[in-house]
Design a protein around this ligand. Sequence first.
Ligand SMILES: [Zn+2]
Length: 168
Amino acid sequence: MTVKRIKKYGAEILREKSKEITDFGKKTRDLFDNLEDTLAKAGGLGLAAPQIGIGLRAFVAFDKDKRRIFRIVNPEVLYTDDEEEIDMEGCLSFPEIFFSINRPKSVLIRGLTNSGKKIEIKAEGLLARCFLHEIEHLDGILIIDHASSQEKQFWQERLKQITSSTKK
Ligand SMILES: [Zn+2]
């Protein structure tokens, strides 16, 4: 069991574009084991590789309804619903902070498993939200980029606490 330290808002890697994965051997499996262990310990719904300091296009997402974990490599969004819904969204890189974010109600994504097998997954609701959130991480996009100026104002002190502890 390898639980990694989660990078917090302010860490540079969270703003970088991650690279495609071309290796489907032990290294990638280990990366996913670490992502899963770290997510399980932290108790979140999803975790992307840059959040544990690895700039590769990989994430894990927990499907609460079906109680299963998805391991996705090099994801692409093929389709998003025109209909959107707003919900409070958190991120393990922004501890204790929640922003209200509009996201498509359903999504179709394509990617590879950790052994390089092609998969397509249709998701709705919370899982769709989670997929879109994690895929954005791979392009350096964070929940704060969706937040209104009022919300950013509201969380200003907490955001400062997080970034100052990141820089230490
Ligand atoms: Zn996140």
